[in-house]
Ligand binder design. Structure first.
Ligand SMILES: Nc1nc2c(c(=O)[nH]1)N[C@@H](CN(C=O)c1ccc(C(=O)N[C@@H](CCC(=O)O)C(=O)O)cc1)CN2
Ligand SMILES: [Mg+2]
Length: 284
């Protein structure tokens, strides 16, 4: 039996349409959600992602600002831009595109974003809130993963979820969110022994390691839901996930493709966070 393909691209489109409609209603009450994106330097991939965010904001009917700063911007100059945006009432969400140039400490910049405007959910305060279950804006990729699991008709409660990868922006937060959803969570990483034996017990397998096609069928329990967070560019120019999709397709119960799986959910969740921040500020 072939797995059900979880169509992230279509689901993200549905969510964006819901956000667009809600924004139309909010605007009748004078509330216009606003997102500011800050891009430092000329990384071509980052420029594409920022352009996509700008375009999506416009489609949503949001106020959108993009601050494109030169590569040689100092940390102090960038912190001053963030401080201005923290004070700007038209801006409900602030996102600093990563990676930043090497001479700037990412941590200091992320920490400077006001928690109520931290639409990436990367700041220490947002992360702390996530761990203790307080209301905060959730990091976009992990939140998108939970949404995909739900929309695939799977309730994580009581299930064994195995997360492969322990990054601060995907592995750790998605493990926390799965725990919040009452899953039994195991985190595997580069030093895990017998990873295949552990992963193949998972009802929900989330893979975020950044290694193309590293996870084959022997890691997958028959019928499991497999969420592939990897986006790796192959020498051929094609994109591949961290999961060997073709090999796992007839073992998994449901699986996300790359591209068109988790990736498009990240931007949809960013729009949702911006809307949420605007509603909170307006007290609605
Ligand atoms: N401040 C942030 N910086 C970065 C983030 C982030 O969430 N916040 N994530 C990535 C880049 N990123 C968004 O910024 C992002 C990357 C990829 C996709 C996506 O939709 N991928 C597609 C494939 C795209 C392609 O064809 O190349 C997919 O998986 O279908 C969305 C967002 C790093 N920086
Ligand atoms: Mg994808």
């Amino acid at each position: 039996m072939s797995a059900k393909v979880i169509e992230g691209k279509r689901i993200a489109q549905e969510i964006r349409e819901e956000i667009r409609q809600e924004t139309e209603r909010l605007k009748e009450r004078g509330i216009v959600p606003g997102l500011a994106v800050v891009l430092v330097g000329g990384d071509p991939a980052s420029a594409v992602y920022v352009g996509n965010k700008e375009k999506t904001c416009k489609e949503m009917g949001f106020h959108s600002e993009v601050h494109r700063l030169p590569e040689e911007t100092t940390q102090e100059q960038l912190l001053a831009v963030v401080a201005d945006l923290n004070r700007n009432d038209a801006v409900h969400g602030i996102l600093v595109q990563l990676p930043l140039p090497k001479h700037i400490a990412e941590k200091a910049v992320i920490d400077a974003i006001a928690v109520e405007k931290d639409v990436d959910g990367f700041s220490p305060q947002s992360t702390g809130n996530l761990v203790i279950g307080d209301e905060s804006l959730l990091p976009c990729t992990p939140a998108g993963i939970i949404e995909l699991i739900r929309r695939a008709g799977v309730d994580p409660a009581g299930k064994h979820a195995v997360v492969i990868g322990r990054s601060n922006i995907v592995g750790k937060p998605v493990a926390m969110l799965l725990l919040r959803e009452n899953a039994t969570v195991t985190i595997c990483h580069s030093r895990t022994e017998n990873m295949e034996a552990i992963a193949s017990q998972a009802d929900i397998l989330v893979v975020a390691i950044g290694k193309p096609k590293a996870i084959g069928r022997r890691y997958v329990k028959p019928g499991a839901i497999v969420i592939d967070v990897g986006v790796n560019r192959l020498e051929s120019g094609k994109l591949a996930g961290d999961v060997d999709y073709d090999e796992c397709l007839d073992v998994a119960g449901a699986i996300t493709p790359v591209p068109g799986g988790v990736g498009p959910m990240t931007i949809a969740m960013l729009m949702q966070n911006t809307l949420k921040a605007a509603k909170r500020k307006a007290g609605v």
